[in-house]
Ligand binder design. Sequence first.
Ligand code: EPU
Length: 423
Amino acid sequence: MEKLIIKGGVPLTGEIKISGAKNAALPILAASLLSGAPIQLSNIPHLQDVTTIVSLLGQMGVNITLDERSNIEVQAASLTSFHAPYELVRTMRASVLVLGPLLSRFGEAQVSLPGGCAIGTRPVDQHLKGMQAMGAEISIENGYIKAKAKRLHGATIVMDLITVTGTENIMMAAALAKGQTIIHNAAREPEVEDLANFLNVLGAKISGAGTSTIVIDGVDELGGGSYHVLPDRIETGTYLAAATVTRGRIKVKNTRPDLIESILLKLEETGAHIDTGTDWISLDMKGNRPRSVNISTAPYPAFPTDMQAQMMAVNAVGEGSGVITETVFENRFMHVQELLRMGADITLKGNSAVCNGTDKLHGAPVMATDLRASASLVLAGLAAKDETSIDRIYHIDRGYECIEEKLTQLGARIHRIPSESKQ
Ligand code: EPU
C-alpha cells in the first residue's frame, strides 16, 4: 500500500485546474446503460471510482473507448450480463446506480447489496421502494438485490429522506418507464441536475431536477449524444480549504463558484478573502491564521457532508473554537482520531465535534479511513510542522485526480512512496 509523505508549513500559492465531478461522472456512466446508441463523455476525471464503474460496465458487455484526451465513448448496444458482483460493489457503493438503468431498459438486474461502510450503514431502501412503486418485483437473495419488471410504469414517489443516489437511481429508472413519474423530496445536488441534463441530451423528458420535485415523462428509447461533466465542487472546496489552513493564496480554475456558495461563505467566515468569476475562484488568507467556524452539514444547498472532514482540519488549526455537527451520516468522524494524533484538540459529543484550534499541529504517521477523511489528513499535514505520513491512500485516489501533482503545483512538499520502502 502506498503512502503520502507531506512536509508541512508551506503556504500554498498558485493556480490549478479542477477536474470533472466524480459524483456526476459515476451516475452519468451508469446512465449510459439506458441507451444503445454511442455516447461521448468529456471532463470525466481519472479516478479509481471511475475505473471501477468502467470495469463494471465492461463486464456487462458495454463497449468503452478512451481517447488520448481522456474523453470516453460508451455504447451499450446489447448486454451480456445484468449482474453487479459483490467484489465490485463492495469497493464502490455507487455501483448500485446500475440498478435503475438495467431494470428500466432490460427488465432485470442482480446487484449486490452494498453493505455498511466507513461513514455509516448507508441502506438503499429508498432506491428499492421507488422502483417497487414503479412496478418492479424486488427480492433480496444471498446478499443480492434481484429485480425484475416487464416495463416499469410511472408513479408518484415521496422520498422518506433526501438521498442523492436514491433520487438518481429512480430518475434513471423512470426515464424509460411508461407514463409520468414524480419524485417529491428529491435531492437537489448539482450532480442530480447534471445527470438530468445528460439524460435530456439523450432524449429523456425530465424537468425540475435541482429542485425538490422532479417530473419524468417516460420515453420509449434514448438515443446518443455528447456531454461535458460539470466540475467537482468538493475538489474545489478541498483545495480552497487547503489554502486556508496553510494561510496561502490560490486560484482554482475550470470550476463553478455558484455550486459552492455554502462553502465559500464558511471560508469567508474563517477570514479568507474570496473573489470569483464565472469559472474561477481565488482565495487569499493574506498570511493570517484562519478563525474556527461552526458548521452543520445537510443536503444541498446547505453545507455538504463531503466537506465536513476538510473543515475539521481548518478548525484544528483555527483561532478559537468551533463546533461541527454532522447530520447526514452517523459515523463520519473517523478522521478525528487521526487528527488527535497530530496534536488537534477535538472532543466528540454525539454527532458534534467541538474543536479548540491550535497553531502547534505536528506531523505524525496517520491512516486514511475514507475518501474525505483522507483529504482532511492531507490538509492537516500541509498545515503541520514536520513530516506527516498518510497510510491507506487508495481512499484518496478514489476521488482526487492527481492530488500530489496539483498540490506540488501549489508549492506543497508532498510525495508518494510504496508502503514498505524507506523514505
Ligand atoms: N439513506 C437511507 N436510505 C436510502 C438511501 C440513503 O437511509 O435508501 C440515508 C443514508 O444512510 C444517509 C443519507 O440517507 O444517512 C444520505 O445518503 P445519500 O443516499 O444521499 O448518499 P449517497 O447517495 O449514497 C452521495 C455521494 C456521497 C455523499 C452523499 C451525501 C455519490 C456517488 N455519493 O452518496 O459522496 O456523501 O451523497 O451528499 O454521489 C463522497 O464523494 O465522498 C461521498 C461519500
